[in-house]
Design a protein around this ligand. Structure first.
Ligand code: C6P
Length: 411
């Protein structure tokens, strides 16, 4: 189990008071807070070993390059990838998904082909496919949800046919918390010869992920949602597929040779890392991975589950509150979106902030999903390793304040 006192002690920001109240930070699905270990690792590089990587023939550059490649190794071990070369550093999950969509999609899709995704996707796993569909003539198709906010895989069986060349689904919805059965989706995708991209932006920070058993062919995620800094993400891909994929960006460092009218590419992963990479951020992500590994991802998942269970129980007692997401903690992550009858989500979030409770309100970059639920906005609380039941209590108390301010309590 997680020693939350010790963990909280590593996050200086949690000592802050917001509007005179103890901070209950419940917006880690948007971006997590950072432990001192991550801040220190980055400061150490800037202070002591800073120079551009893979370029200099001098000590500082060697040290920075070594630390950068060591970070790649840490991420590879974290995901149980078969080699460090399967780890491509990107700017974010969004950039990882775009790299795959452009690098793989542009060169493998044509008119008559289908891209299969789901209505619960984040815009980062929809909009790139709109662009690629427009360029290639491929058609975009969707899997729907069940009434219980699960992916309706049974209803989608007939959508898996040989026209489907790529399946792109989230491993955990940032709105519903739903964790679809990736292994089952992989089986269906592979049966028809499609490749599977998993959007791991919410999954990788919150659950153990072993890419050798996950079933996906590609996995994209961001560092900033898993205790790491902004500006760094990862695209993991099966090596043979990465090797067959075209780069989406050209520039320095991604080439073997450049002549006046043509160039050829460096080996993976470097052929996908054009220009000066965000190497200090990658080193920060390496420190975040160390931190999470020391806790143990099974413990992270269990901790999220316990808090989610407690929150679902307590929120059920708030009059007028309806939750969009599975009602239990089975295959469900710690993002809880809800609607409070009679109060707009932005008003809820503003009042909660007055009480020291930080949540996200809006469409959560999942407009097709919210539309399908008949909503334009919702409020979302999300948990991570530093949250405690007291944070859930603060949320429920603050919702009571919101209801009183809007005159929803009493006759
Ligand atoms: N979701 C949220 O508040 P970036 O912005 O590239 O780091 O991650 C994009 C992304 C992709 N997929 C999923 C499932 C996500 O949740 C996110 C980011 C944040 O829900 C910011 S919109």
């Amino acid at each position: 189990m997680i020693d939350t006192d010790a963990v909280r002690g590593d996050f200086p920001i949690l000592e802050r008071r917001i509007n005179g109240r103890r901070l209950a930070f419940l917006d880690s699905a948007a971006s997590s807070q950072k432990p001192v270990q991550v801040l220190d690792a980055m400061a150490d590089i800037y202070r002591n070993s800073y120079a551009n990587v893979h370029r200099g023939a001098y000590t500082l550059s060697h040290e920075a390059t070594e630390a950068y490649e060591e970070a790649r190794h840490k991420v590879a071990v974290f995901l149980n990838a078969t080699s460090d070369e399967e780890i491509v550093f990107t700017r974010s999950a969004t950039a990882a998904m775009n790299l795959f969509a452009y690098g793989w999609g542009l060169n493998n899709l044509k008119s008559g082909d289908r891209i299969l995704t789901s209505v619960m996707e984040h815009h980062a796993n929809i909009v790139p496919w709109h662009i690629i569909a427009r360029h290639t003539g491929a058609e975009l198709r969707y899997m729907e949800l069940t009434d219980g906010f699960r992916l309706d895989l049974e209803g989608a069986q007939d959508r898996f046919d040989e026209r489907v060349k790529v399946v792109a689904v989230s491993g955990m919805s940032n709105v519903l918390g739903t964790m679809p059965p990736v292994g089952e989706i992989a089986r269906l995708a592979h049966e028809v010869g499609a490749v599977l991209l998993v959007d791991g932006a919410q999954l990788v920070p919150h659950a153990p992920v072993d890419v050798q058993t996950l079933g996906a062919d590609f996995l994209g995620f961001s560092g900033h949602k898993m205790l790491g800094p902004t500006g760094i993400g990862v695209l993991w891909g099966r090596r043979a597929l990465l090797e067959s994929m075209e780069p989406a960006e050209g520039g320095g460092e991604m080439i073997r040779d450049v002549r006046l009218y043509e160039s050829d590419w460096a080996e993976v992963p470097h052929k996908f890392e054009a220009g000066t990479p965000p190497f200090v951020e990658a080193i920060g992500l390496g420190a975040a991975v160390d931190y999470l590994s020391a806790i143990g991802m099974d413990n992270v998942l269990q901790h999220d589950r316990e808090l989610t269970g407690y929150a679902l129980e307590r929120l059920a007692g708030v009059p007028g509150l309806s939750i969009q997401g599975p009602a239990d903690t089975v295959d469900r992550g710690g993002a809880i979106s809800f609607d409070l009858t009679g109060i707009h989500a932005h008003d809820v979030a503003t009042i909660l902030d007055q009480e020291g409770v930080a949540v996200r309100a809006g469409h959560h970059c999942a407009k097709p999903l919210l539309r399908s639920l008949g909503l334009t906005a919702s409020t979302r609380a999300s948990f991570y390793v530093y949250n405690v039941p007291e944070d859930v209590d603060a949320l429920v108390d603050a919702l009571g304040v919101a209801r009183r301010i809007f005159g929803l309590d009493g006759p």
